[in-house]
Design a protein around this ligand. Structure first.
Ligand SMILES: Cc1cc2nc3c(=O)[nH]c(=O)nc-3n(C[C@H](O)[C@H](O)[C@H](O)COP(=O)(O)OP(=O)(O)OC[C@H]3O[C@@H](n4cnc5c(N)ncnc54)[C@H](O)[C@@H]3O)c2cc1C
Length: 370
């Protein structure tokens, strides 16, 4: 076992971890980044205009180009019993959103971090974290290819491990997992959806989104609750067909019925509350708080928390310890604002599905109504 000492160790190479590592390395700190081979779905996500502006405000040359140029011009949604509505990004938010492909984006951001001077350890999983003498963190990281472990030391720990949250065992996090949401993804062939428009639709047991690319092909994602999904492959596929048929906007646009037998799932739960930082550690992105995927704000949270956390660490190194307290207050307040927005969205859902378990559970939680 070897032992190296860094100013900051960042655990997790998603957008929050990579951006935080870039900001700290560019400020002159010795930074290492631990990154497992990402297991998240190869899905397309929306970088909404506020998130684009947050990237721009970091003022790092070439960073914006990492997010690509593929635009999403608007969102067509069937969220009420009335006709589908259309939200035009340029009209309402003054610029188009971007469509990013995960984990391609993650790989490019990690490369950007390496070019900024960050030491990358990948594919490596941090398996243990301890705070020892002189307030130095010791991390044990296992190389996923060689299966060898190595030990690293750092003065600060950034938890960017997403919903897995490595530091949840450190301090009193009291993070409340709000649901057992899961996202299933399917590949579909040609669609009749307008190019570069996100489609959102709801069914009794969850909601769907689809985003066609310029050649008219699309991925389809169904977000539901693991408790509602039948276990058997055939039964699950039949249940998905029933849900799909009730998503009238999507089923009208997608030619035929997708092959629901071939799907992959990933965790999509939200979490809220608890501590966002503590003595020598700070959580960013989903590890700080994971918002509902329906809000489309996860990437914004990743960018904003990465930016604020890096400032708090730099301040702390200059003896300004109160910046961690400010970070805690900001995260608590922002996560409450996002929770309020989530409540608005769930309150809108059409009365015909509101009585079904998926929506009833969320509507009850958000409004207090049964
Ligand atoms: C179905 C779905 C659709 C979504 N759509 C959107 C959207 O359109 N727009 C949007 O803004 N947001 C969207 N989100 C939210 C967005 O994906 C997340 O908020 C975002 O990925 C958070 O980034 P992160 O860097 O905090 O975490 P992650 O992207 O989860 O990255 C964490 C990384 O840490 C790694 N890791 C974990 N533990 C360890 C360890 N011990 N050692 C080393 N590495 C570790 C993980 O493998 C992972 O690579 C969506 C989420 C879901 C589930």
């Amino acid at each position: 076992m070897t032992c190296r000492t860094y100013d900051v160790a960042v655990v997790g190479g998603g957008p929050a971890g990579s951006i935080c590592a870039v900001l700290l390395a560019r400020a002159g700190l010795a930074v290492c980044l631990f990154c497992t081979a990402t297991a998240c779905l190869r899905r397309r996500e929306i970088l909404a205009p506020p998130a684009i502006r947050a990237v721009r405000s970091l003022d790092i040359e070439d960073l914006e180009s990492v997010f690509g140029t593929e635009t999403c011009v608007g969102v067509e949604s069937r969220w009420s019993e009335e006709e589908p509505t259309y939200f035009d990004y340029e009209l309402y938010a003054c610029e188009a959103a971007l469509t990013v492909e995960r984990p391609v984006l993650d790989q490019q951001l990690v490369r950007f971090a390496v070019d900024s001077g960050v030491d990358l350890f990948a594919p490596t999983r941090v398996v243990d974290v301890k705070r020892g003498q002189r307030d130095i963190w010791t991390l044990i990281a296992a190389d996923r290819e060689t299966r060898c472990s190595d030990s690293f030391q750092a003065r600060f720990l950034v938890d960017a491990s997403g919903k897995d949250s490595t530091t949840k065992a450190i301090g009193d996090r009291r993070r409340r997992v709000q649901d057992t949401a899961i996202a299933f993804q399917f590949s579909i062939g040609q669609t009749r959806s307008p190019e570069n428009t996100l489609l959102l639709d709801c069914s009794p047991d969850g909601w769907w989104y689809s985003m066609p690319n310029t050649s008219g092909e699309a991925d389809l994602v169904f977000v539901t609750d693991i408790k509602l999904a039948p276990r058997g492959g055939l039964q699950r596929a039949e249940w998905m067909i029933q849900m799909f048929k009730q998503a009238r906007l999507l089923s009208d646009r997608i030619t035929g019925i997708p092959n629901f037998r071939h799907h992959r799932g990933c965790l999509a739960h939200s979490s809220q509350g608890g501590n966002f930082c503590g003595n020598g550690w700070i959580a960013v992105g989903d590890a700080a708080w994971a918002c509902d995927p329906l809000s489309g704000s996860g990437l914004l949270v990743a960018i904003q928390t990465a930016s604020r956390a890096s400032l708090a660490i730099l301040d702390s190194l200059h003896g300004r310890e109160e910046s961690f307290g400010r970070y805690q207050t900001w995260c608590a307040s922002e996560s409450r604002v996002m929770e309020a927005k989530r409540q608005e969205v769930y309150a809108q859902v059409m009365s015909s599905v509101r009585t079904f378990p998926y929506w009833r559970a969320r509507h009850k939680k958000t409004t207090g109504n049964a």
